[in-house]
Design a protein around this ligand. Structure first.
Ligand code: HEC
Length: 111
């Protein structure tokens, strides 16, 4: 029985490594730099916060929350448009989510 502990430790460290190396990154907060990168879309800080709120609460009902940096600024609008009906988004929800994701993916470019 004494040889079990190292095996357990190895399995645990492998599992932790898998999480760390996965491509999931938590959606970034609505920071000053994120707000600045949304200026082209003319979204206010409140709209961006609402967009983040809708994203983190509604976009994980059917799948895990996609990482904001998985898609670029220009890819997010049509992806969200495709999901809008599924997630029952209003026009203003959709605009806010798109604005948030565009700004977030620009501030968190994949390494
Ligand atoms: C009612 C279920 C449902 C909801 C709610 C939903 N999705 Fe999806 N989503 C799907 C399904 C099913 C697929 C895979 C099939 C496809 O691509 O159409 C998918 C695929 C995706 C993909 C492409 C695959 C990937 O993981 O990269 C993205 C991006 C995405 N969804 C984003 C969103 C966003 C953003 C929202 C919130 C606005 C959302 N989804 C809400 C069902 C849903």
């Amino acid at each position: 029985m004494r040889h079990r502990a190292p095996v357990v430790m190895l399995v645990i460290s492998l599992l932790m490594g898998a999480c760390v190396t996965g491509d999931f990154a938590p959606p970034p907060a609505v920071s000053p730099s994120l707000i600045a990168s949304a200026w082209l879309d003319r979204l206010s800080a409140q709209e961006l916060s609402m967009g983040r709120e809708v994203f983190v609460s509604r976009c994980l009902e059917c799948h895990t929350l996609p990482s904001v940096r998985k898609y670029s600024r220009n890819e997010w609008p049509h992806l969200v448009a495709r999901m809008a009906g599924r997630a029952n988004l209003t026009t203003s929800d959709q605009r806010a989510v798109i604005g948030y994701l565009r700004a977030a993916s620009a501030t968190m470019k994949a390494p």
